[in-house]
Design a protein around this ligand. Structure first.
Ligand SMILES: *Cc1c(COP(=O)(O)O)cnc(C)c1O
Length: 387
């Protein structure tokens, strides 16, 4: 199908979806799918979650939007809550992951400039994904995304992911920031090692550069802790979040520690919609479910359950080369094209994403149940049997 009124930026499946419920999605014909993409890790509580739809309805009857010339109760509450769950002092709210990254890059640049005018280099990693705006794209180490949009912003330096020697050779006194994903999501569900992130912390301390973690995909409980950095025991100066934070409603956030919180002054950064009362009410509701109502525990329980099942499948099917990921960010690496696999799953009513050429990515909602995982395992088993 081709809708000529929508720009050609995605290759899409043919279905037109009209409704969802939890892990399930339904197309116009009423065909049911199990959705293990969930808007790419966005719908952390599944589709049509009651708590979220009530929150949306109730808050919309109070205030949806006011400008950032004023305070709002829901924004203050969300900032306090996110700060109290972290080692970070203050937040900046925006509407997406890309905007969170742009904000973090600006924080890095100004932090450097406050020290001296040559301290502006931003070090990033190969195979990263940080977004598609000109700034975020400049630190996204994938030629296929960059090549038609050159020249990008200057003053950026590529390093090799998970490579300590590379970090040591790229981070120096001219570095203002190092940006890294604790687990590269789009890049193939590749996890950083603790030693690597510890080294990054050490070098950023040594040269007074900001250590920025892009937790847009790994944060909001996806790894079993609210913040991804808690899994690695390395505390960054700046954290970027988005995707799951609004449970399906657009919101992004940047957290800064004491040092990073001193960088911006009025006028340095801003946006019209960022942190509006409706988005923040959704963030508060998501945190309530994850932290107070047991969903984080479910992530850990279901993670153990699904990896157990996937290990069994791996023993049975040689085509599964490797199981990757943490919590409910799961990668299945194959010895063939992942697209062929996800297409076959789709035909059997299971929606899965890819991550690089030969990795399928499973992103269940964080409140997924055992029975739902069982159904998914059955479909994957069938597809691999037919390979
Ligand atoms: C999705 C993603 C982004 C970009 O977020 P948008 O909301 O699409 O702008 C940035 N970084 C990572 C790690 C992501 O997964």
């Amino acid at each position: 199908m081709n809708n000529e009124h929508i720009m050609n930026t995605y290759s899409r499946f043919d279905d037109i979806f009209v409704r969802g419920n939890g892990v399930y999605l339904y197309n116009e014909q009423g065909k049911e799918y199990i959705d293990f993409i969930q808007g790419v890790a966005v719908n952390c509580l599944g589709h049509a979650n009651q708590v979220l739809s009530n929150t949306l309805a109730e808050q919309s009857k109070k205030i949806m939007h006011i400008s950032n010339y004023f305070w709002s109760d829901t924004q203050i509450k969300l900032a306090e809550r996110m700060s109290s769950l972290s080692d970070h002092k203050s937040l900046f709210f925006c509407n997406s992951g890309t905007e969170a990254i742009e904000t973090a890059l600006k924080l890095g640049r100004k932090h450097g400039r406050m020290i001296n005018e040559n301290k502006y280099e931003i070090v990033y990693t190969k195979n990263s994904f940080h977004g598609r705006s000109m700034g975020a794209l400049s630190v996204t180490g994938q030629e296929k995304y960059q090549k038609d949009f050159l020249p990008l912003i200057g003053g950026v330096v590529e390093s090799i992911y998970n490579d300590i020697d590379s970090l040591e050779s790229k981070i120096n006194e001219n570095t203002c920031a190092f940006i890294v994903e604790p687990i590269q999501g789009e890049g193939g569900v590749v996890s950083a090692t603790k030693e690597y992130l510890q080294k990054a912390r050490e070098l950023c301390d040594k040269f007074d550069a900001l250590l920025i973690f892009d937790e847009v995909q790994t944060g909001i409980g996806r790894l079993g802790t609210f913040y991804a950095y808690k899994k690695f025991g390395v505390v960054p100066d700046v954290i970027c979040m988005a995707k799951g934070l609004g449970g399906g409603f657009p919101i992004g956030a940047v957290l800064g520690n004491e040092k990073a919180s001193k960088v911006f002054v009025p006028g340095d950064q801003g946006n019209t919609f960022g942190g509006n009362p409706l988005a923040c009410a959704m963030g508060n509701a998501v945190i309530g479910e994850l932290v107070d109502n047991g969903v984080l525990k479910n992530v850990n329980d279901m993670s153990e359950y699904i990896y157990g099942k996937l290990e069994e499948l791996k023993l049975k099917h040689n085509s599964i080369v490797e199981l990757r990921g943490t919590g409910l960010l799961i990668g299945l690496a194959f010895d063939f094209e992942a697209k062929d696999f996800t297409k076959a799953c789709y035909e059997k009513g299971l929606l899965l994403a890819t991550a690089g050429p030969n990795v399928a990515r499973l992103l269940p909602p964080l409140n997924v149940k055992k029975e739902e995982i069982d159904k998914v395992i059955t479909i994957i088993d069938e597809v691999l049997n037919e390979k």
